[in-house]
Design a protein around this ligand. Structure first.
Ligand code: BDP
Length: 680
């Protein structure tokens, strides 16, 4: 169905002239490399051309009248005029696409077989839009090295924070037998340049602990085969206590010789099954997961031991920095959860082995609709890092509410940390250029499941697409990415584009308007995290407070009088956040406790801002619905109805948020709405 195909629709071109010309140029595919990824590239090209152009291309061994697929090294002599030396300046996965008017051929040449695959996806994307077949002159390469997807799938088939059905990998504590859907997922991921995937939840429970044993390794190997053909490396999340749970050892202490030997043997065993296995993702000492702290060791000891075991095989350890005390006493309220990652890890800089990569969430708390950027970025000059985003919309509407996340991610990537004495955007840190890291990149929690449309909300496909595109090229704008996705997904229909485009682009700010205000975050129902509950976490152990009383609200994170968190930033960011005058409005309650009557830079008081944005948010959702109504009849019914249903759910959610938030703060503060709207 159209919803299943998502952005790989490959709709037939309607313009007859363009169609004929494409048919003339695309009759043949010439293959000058036989590797696995080039085979996938060819298969995709045949599929795409058959559907877009309506011809079945032949496989030929001449460069004439052909789409030529080749790596730089295997280019035939006839292609001497193709400027393949341009490729030398690109990284491994880079490629060129060049039209040759004389022979009527187009050369898709990669530095590696995977580069060829990326060239094919780019080629198919471009011919569906404005690119003329005779004038290709593309040179492209991914900006980030590790471009990863984290599945939070459990083997019972459930997905932690999954909002699109069950796992496509597992069912009833076994691997699914049919891997067709995994293959289609691999196609979607490769089409936007993803090159790594971890296939199980970071919380590794009983069964999943056995993924690294003979019981499941043959299955893992089969999945890895599917992904390999699309240039994607397979990783597993592991249980730090594995030596105890499956190794019959008495300890998992990283400095214990038996434990070290056990992991070394384990690594050997895994690589016997999967020679190009990527490595481990580890959540340790976090939210009740075991880790090195139990043995009085730190996270350098903990990760280095695993890294040593993987090193002979070029494997890496992706070690998560989401480490904090999730059992704090709220009455004490002195420990600030926001400080935790920096406090734990900063001091370990320089102690990690080269194949340890720290994975840092974009913000210091947990994927809230608005958070400052984690101060750890740039703070560890000698440590490899990847950034972690959450594509699945745990705190941003759970794929019932619309929230296009690319603008949020872009703000994070563009943020200047002022590390290294100057201009040091997050993107220049995690692409490895600032500190010349051996490993670097971006990972994100996936938003897919076995729903027909993959993502529950059809428009949430744009987040998966956008994540891949943005980390391939962080210079792309949110607007460009939205436009590409809409056209590839719904075809070339101006009216559809005119509707969906503003819906996507405004959706993050709409969601922010009707939920937790001014960077304070949370206020959600505990556990499942959907819908409003202002005090849901206020008196619990998780360290997520808003401190609202009758006079004011916000967390004082200043150095002067608060938790000191603001001081974790480089100057001048530290100074900017420290002072109420210079702290940006949207984060004021993250950094400061202020009276409700505090006047924002916008001119509104905090309380009036809360009322205004919450009334406005609901009105904006109503507008989303009327905008969506304009696409009715212009796209298929399945996708139309899916989105319409979701928007209706979003509207009732937004109203609930509006009423609970406004009422709560009216009752706390006793201050009436200037505009005298109804507050219950
Ligand atoms: C939180 C989720 C929880 C995850 C955790 C993590 O609520 O389900 O296990 O993050 O990232 O956002 O480890």
């Amino acid at each position: 169905s159209a919803s299943y195909k998502s952005w790989l629709q490959y709709d037939a071109i309607k313009d007859v002239k363009k169609q004929d010309k494409l048919a003339e140029w695309c009759q043949n595919i010439a293959l000058y490399d036989q590797s696995l990824q080039v085979k996938s590239a060819k298969e995709e090209l045949v599929r795409g051309l058959t559907s877009i152009v309506g011809i079945k291309p032949q496989i030929s061994n001449s460069v004439n009248h052909a789409i030529v697929l080749s790596t730089r090294e295997t280019l035939p002599k006839e292609a001497i005029h193709i400027e393949a030396q341009r490729l030398e300046d690109l990284n491994d996965e880079g490629f060129i696409i060049e039209s040759d008017l004389q022979t009527k051929s187009v050369y898709l040449v990669g530095n590696s077989p995977t580069g060829v695959l990326y060239a094919v996806f780019r080629f198919l994307r471009d011919i569906q839009r404005d690119q003329e077949i005779h004038s290709f002159n593309v040179i492209d390469r991914p900006r980030n090295q590790i471009r990863m997807m984290n599945q939070w799938d459990n083997m019972d088939g459930s997905i932690e924070r999954g909002y699109a059905g069950q796992s496509i990998f597992y069912k009833d504590n076994e691997f699914r037998k049919d891997l067709e859907r995994v293959k289609d997922y691999a196609r979607l991921l490769a089409s936007v340049g993803i090159n790594a995937i971890s296939i199980n939840n970071v919380n590794v429970f009983e069964v999943e602990t056995h993924l690294i044993t003979k019981r499941f390794l043959p299955d893992v190997a089969e999945v890895a085969d599917v992904f390999r053909a699309y240039g994607i490396k397979t990783f597993l999340s592991i249980n730090y206590a594995s030596p105890i749970q499956i190794g019959n050892l008495a300890t998992a202490d990283p400095l214990d010789e038996q434990v070290k030997a056990w992991w070394k043997a384990k690594a050997q065993e895994i690589y016997d099954f999967i020679p190009d296995f990527g490595g481990f993702v580890v959540k340790a000492d976090s939210e009740h997961r075991p880790g090195p702290f139990s043995y009085g060791r730190d996270h350098a000891d903990g990760s280095n031991m695993l890294a040593e075991a993987l090193e002979p095989f070029n494997g890496i350890v992706i070690w998560r920095c989401f480490v904090y005390n999730c059992l704090q006493d709220w009455r004490d309220r002195k420990t600030d959860r926001a400080r935790a990652a920096y406090d734990h890890f900063k001091k370990l800089d320089g102690q990690f082995r080269e194949n340890v990569v720290l994975q840092i969430k974009n913000g210091p708390m947990d994927f809230q609709v608005r958070e400052p950027v984690s101060p750890l970025f740039g703070a560890m000059e000698q440590t490899n890092q990847v950034l972690e985003f959450q594509v699945t919309q745990e705190y941003t509407g759970q794929q019932k509410d619309l929230c296009y996340l690319v603008p949020l991610w872009k703000e994070v990537l563009d943020f200047n940390t002022f590390a290294n004495g100057g201009n040091a955007s997050v993107k220049s840190i995690i692409d490895g250029s600032l500190y010349d890291n051996k490993y670097s990149g971006i990972a994100a929690v996936s938003n897919i499941g076995d729903d027909e449309n993959w993502t529950g909300h059809t428009l949430a496909q744009a987040n998966l697409y956008g994540y891949g595109r943005l980390i391939w090229d962080p210079e792309l704008s949110s607007e460009q990415i939205a436009d590409e996705w809409i056209r590839l997904t719904f075809g070339e229909d101006r009216q559809v584009n005119d509707s969906v485009y503003p819906m996507l682009l405004h959706s993050w700010s709409i969601y922010e308007n009707y939920t937790a205000p001014l960077g304070i975050g949370w206020m959600v129902n505990p556990n499942h995290h959907y819908g409003p509950n202002i005090d849901g976490y206020e008196y619990s152990v998780w360290g997520t407070y808003h401190f609202a009383d009758w006079q004011g609200i916000g967390v004082d994170r200043t150095v002067k009088s608060g938790t000191g968190y603001a001081g974790q930033y480089f100057s001048p960011n530290a100074k900017m956040y420290e002072s109420i005058e210079s702290c940006p409005d949207e984060l004021i309650l993250f950094f400061h406790h202020v009276p409700y009557t505090h006047r924002l830079k916008s001119g509104e008081t905090v309380i009036q801002h809360i009322y205004n944005t919450h009334f406005k948010g609901v009105e904006q959702v109503e507008e989303l619905i009327s905008t969506w109504e304009k696409v009715k009849g212009r796209i298929d019914g399945e996708r139309y109805h899916n989105v319409r249903e979701r928007l209706d759910m979003q509207l009732s959610n937004a109203k609930e948020w509006r009423d609970m938030v406004n009422t709560y703060f009216y009752r706390k503060s006793g201050i009436t709405d200037e505009k005298k709207r109804t507050i219950y």
